[in-house]
Design a protein around this ligand. Sequence first.
Ligand SMILES: Nc1nc2c(ncn2[C@@H]2O[C@H](COP(=O)(O)OP(=O)(O)OP(=O)(O)O)[C@@H](O)[C@H]2O)c(=O)[nH]1
Ligand SMILES: [Mg+2]
Length: 265
Amino acid sequence: MGNFRKIVNNVIRDADVILIILDARMVEETRNIVLETMVKDLGKPLIYVITKSDLVTEKENVETQKKEFFSAPKVKLLSEYKRELKPCVFVSSTKYYGVNILREKIMIESKRYKIERMPIRVGVIGYPNVGKSSLINAMSGRGAASTSTMSGHTRGVQNIRADNTITFLDTPGVIPFKETDKTKHAIIGSIDYTKTEDPDLVVMKIMENYPGIIEKYYEVEMSDDYEETIKEITKKKKLVVKNNEPDIEKMSRQILKEWQTGKIK
Ligand SMILES: Nc1nc2c(ncn2[C@@H]2O[C@H](COP(=O)(O)OP(=O)(O)OP(=O)(O)O)[C@@H](O)[C@H]2O)c(=O)[nH]1
Ligand SMILES: [Mg+2]
């Protein structure tokens, strides 16, 4: 991660325009104030890109923000982020929403900041797994940036020429140095389901903070005993270990996968 931070710092220094990528399902949790401040202090144009917006609706987002999950200071609508994070564009790299608007915004900002270099160098930064490489692919119309459901996939900086006007600099995802909450990182997908140490604890935390979502997906009754609920789901899915005890860990990892990939929402 230390090396990744260095790579990101270099990209912030070298790029003409910076895109900060945030996950629409957890905007507040995927903000990295340290990086934002670094960009602002350098006086560079910054555009917030809220991606994976195909996975939320305005209503669903209000529900999730209402739980004041980790650091969200208050209930926020996606439209409020639009006012707070300026300029900001909502995109979906899988459905290609917002791609043209983002291209226009990049052009507007570079004009405003009197950037004369052509093609403009656009640095793409954010938490692991938020969709940086996917966005570059959607913007450049080809699969030049490698993507994965696994976090930490992009490991070095990669230059991708989109067209005559833009070259993207793809970067590895980074987490703020001081942030050590692994449960949070699993819930936002920065530690993917294959690497999560205690998937059962993470699933229980999701059940606590987003009541009923997992239960509804697996069609089981809600209960305050989250472990029991996971057992129920395990039985339903017939995931058992040798001695006939439900394999809680395997099931939890499976649930976390569905959560991280946006199937449970
Ligand atoms: N539904 C949906 N999924 C997306 C979108 N963008 C990315 N994803 C998925 O999110 C996962 C991570 O995407 P990447 O583009 O590899 O993310 P990244 O930020 O480059 O990740 P690292 O390189 O590991 O930091 C992949 O499974 C993508 O298919 C989107 O707009 N909508
Ligand atoms: Mg990547």
